[in-house]
Each structure stands twice: as structure tokens, then as C-alpha cells.
Ligand binder design. Sequence first.
Ligand code: F6P
Length: 546
Amino acid sequence: MSSRTELSSWKNLIAHQRDMDAVHMRDLFAQDENRFQSFSLQLDDLLFDFSKNRITDKTLNLLTALADQVGLAEKIDAMFSGAAINTTEHRAALHTALRNRSSRPVYVDGLDVMPEIRNVLAKMQVFSDAVRGGSWRGHTGKAIVTIVNIGIGGSDLGPRLVVQALECSSTSHLKTIFISGVDACQLEITLQHLDPETTLFIVASKSFATAETMLNAKAAKDWLVDSLGDATAIANHFVAVSANRSAATDFGIDADGVFELWDWVGGRYSLWSAVGLPIAISVGMDQFEELLAGAYAMDEHFRSAPWDKNIPVVMALLGVWYTNFFAAHSYAVLPYDPSLRLFPGYLQQLDMESNGKSCTRDGAELNYATGPVVWGELGMDSQHAFYQSLHQGTAMVPCDFLCAAHSATESYADHHRWLLANCMAQSKALLTGKTAQEVREELLATGVSEAEIERLTAHKVFPGNRPSNTILYRQLTPQVLGSLLAMYEHRTFVQGVIWDVNSFDQWGVELGKSLAKDLNEELIRDGSVEGHDSSTNGLLNRCLNW
Ligand code: F6P
């Protein structure tokens, strides 16, 4: 049994929640006209408004006391200094070193990793410049036109998100495509529309052993070699990003074409490494460096700001407040920024693969909730879909709204204004709700009969008091995006510390992987399948019959 629930701060929070349960945020706003100033923080061009939460100064004090009691400061130091905090894999978690813009060395097992990081960044610069500038040629002498990134999970979601997010401001003539999963249709359609002479494949896989990625990479390699009629063409059309150099070269990729990754970079934290190569090629290395600089600014803020002024820490503590003391089971992320349409999927991996755990770092069973279900969609679209439930459903779902003060384009200014108005409208509606009295008055004013008012009121009441954060940024520049993503990474880390879980392993994905390998064999064999549970047997046999 973990000791978290025995901490005095935990017990104080339980007691405080009982007091706060009946408090409506409407009243908190009415009592303090400076609530926004008191409960918002800013780092450069990024503003974090957390005033629409069910908190008071006391709540924040109790939550920061919890951070102290679990030794957050030491844990942050341990992460930044390269300690092997991923204890089940005996590894450091040093994504922060990848964006270390200072001259500070970072040691892993007594070795400064910064020179290696800088070497890979320099190699990315040379390569991305050559591809973008047209001096990197395909096998037949033509310049590259299309980049295809083959990866999955962290080797796909992060770079895919960033490339898509910065697309609107990109001036590149290159097209970047991401292939993940094992989608035969996607592969077929994608390859049909590609010109092998002008296509560059990046095989991104830390392990260079992930079945889906290897299957896609092999299919792409066969297609290229068949199309160009020469196996040596691979050298000009394939590069790899991997910590497993020998597997990449065995696959046929030129040794110079392997961009190094290290075991101390977790997959879901890897977009800052050479996994970001498609970003560098798509928007240019300067912009990639700006992305790193934005993340570094957040890192510096995170490691130095006091807890109550520390954006990722406050975000994390609010999540703990709702998960553990209000029993909120899910958490919605709602970008009012079309550039961030892939953000919910990225965050699902970051958060749920990190903190969806049921035992402590020491292996003890937990007696409290950890990572909630993270979900979300573009806000503008989803307010016409699932917002009904956010406003009037029985579950309280804490939300993060994200929006840019300025669009990435000057065109269609009305569109952007509408986005902003809708974003603010939704968080305001969640906060204030609408009382039965207000509903009555509204209906009376439109001449509705008493009987009809009686019938309709319950349906039109909004309870309000539903918490949300708003993350408002000036514009989604690479720098802002870097800060934003690092903010969520650190939020995840802090919650892992509070919950006493290892946020850097992911054993929960292994069982399915190994079973899939076995079942794949069953689907090749002749005859009917036996030996599993009846459901699995039944489904496999029906596939074979069909
Ligand atoms: O299956 C989960 C996972 O290991 C993720 O953590 C990782 O990001 C993804 O698979 C891809 O792994 P790799 O980069 O080794 O192909």
C-alpha cells in the first residue's frame, strides 16, 4: 500500500474538498474581482488562466504542500541531472537535455551527453538543408519532393503533430506524409501517388523492432527497389532515426543515413531528438531550433519557479485535485486552434502511457486513482457533438481550452475571431451555468406559458461550476509550440511524482504486442484455431472462414 494517502497534506485535501464541494465558482468570482490576476500565470507569449477552477488560495497552499511532501524538488533535480529515474529500465529520462540551450553539461553514467546531442543536431542541419535546398538527390538524380515518415507512437505522433501545427506558416515546397499502423489501404493509396524518384523515407523507430513500423518500412523498401530496379537506390531514398544502429544498417540503410537516438530518450518524449527530422525538413532547421528554444524556456521556468507560480506544477496539481479528490475519471483537451488538431492524440500517448499505472515505483499496489482518461477534439467541431455532455452530463470533466490570440494566417480574420469568441464562451458557460431562476425569467420574457416553463426548466438548467484551464498564446510560433509541449510533459512528470508511479516505462503495451505475434501465426496456419478462450478462437475461426 502506498503511503500517499497517509500524508497529512493528502488528508488535509480530503477535508478541504468537503468544504469546497458546495462552493460555486460564480461566487468565487463575485467575491474577488482580481481572481483572474491571482490565478493566471504567463511565460513569454503563453498565458495560463486557471481562475476557472474550484480552488481558493487555501486549495493552492494545500496542493503545493503535497508537492513538498512528495519531494518534488528533488525529483525535478534528479530528472534534469540524468539520474536513472526510469527504474524498471535502469535509464535516465533526459528529453530536457535534447533542448538544453545552455552550456551546462548533462551527465549520464559520468559522460556528458551534450556533445553527442549537438553532433546529431548538426547532422540534422546539414541533411535537412540539403533536402530542402535540392542538393540531396534521389537515385536518378532528381531532387526530393515528398518525405514519408514511417513510425508509430512516439516516433509518429510528436513529429506529425508539429509538422501539421506549423504547416500554415511553412513556406516549404516539400510534402510530408506520415505512415503508421498497418493500414494496407493507406499504404496502397500513398504509394500509388508517390514518385519513387523524388521520395525520401524516414524510418523512425527507437528500437528498430516495432512490428508495424518494420512491416511498413519493408513494404516501402520493396516498392522503391521494384520501381527503380536497383537495390542500391535505398541509400538515396531511406534514412533512419534509431537507437539500434545495427538493425537499421541490416535493413539496408546506409550507415551515414542513421540518425542516432539514445536509450535515455523515451519514445513519447522524443520529438526533440532526430525523431524531429521530418519537422526540420518540413519547416527548416532554424524553426526546429526555435521549437527547442521554446521548450528550453519552459524547462528553465519549471526548474526554477516556486510551485504556486510554476505553470506545469500548478496544472499538474489541479489535475490531481480533480482526479483524487473529486473523483474525476477523465480530462478533456479542447484546442480552438485548427493547427492543434492532432494535439489530443499526442497528449493521450504522453499522459496515458506515462501515468496509466497501478503500482508505485517500488511495485506496491496503489489505493488511489492515477492518470485519468485523456480525450478531446477540436473545440469548434466538438461543441456541436459532445459538449452537451460537458455542460449537462452527470460527470464533471475538467477541460483544457487552447487558443491563439492571432491566427497563423492574416486571411479570413472573421474565422479567427469566431474561434476566440466560441472558446471563451464555452469556458464561461461551464463556469457560470444557468440557474432555474434565469431559465424561468428567460422563458417568461419570450411569452412562454407557466405550464411550459414548468415542463422545460429542468432541461434548460446548466449546473456550471465545471472547471477549465485556458491556455492562450499570442500565436502558434515554433517557440510557443515548444513551450506548450514541454509544459504538458512536465505536467505529466509532476503528476507521476505525486502518484509515485514511474512515468517513463510502458510495460502495459507488451502483452498485446506478444499476443499479436502469436495470433498472426495462427492466421497463416491451415485448419481451425483452438487453444485460446472461446471468444478468441471464435473470432479467429470466423476470420479464417470469411
Ligand atoms: O508500443 C509502445 C511504444 O513502445 C511507444 O512507447 C513508442 O513510442 C512506440 O512503441 C514506438 O516504438 P519505436 O520507436 O521503438 O518503434
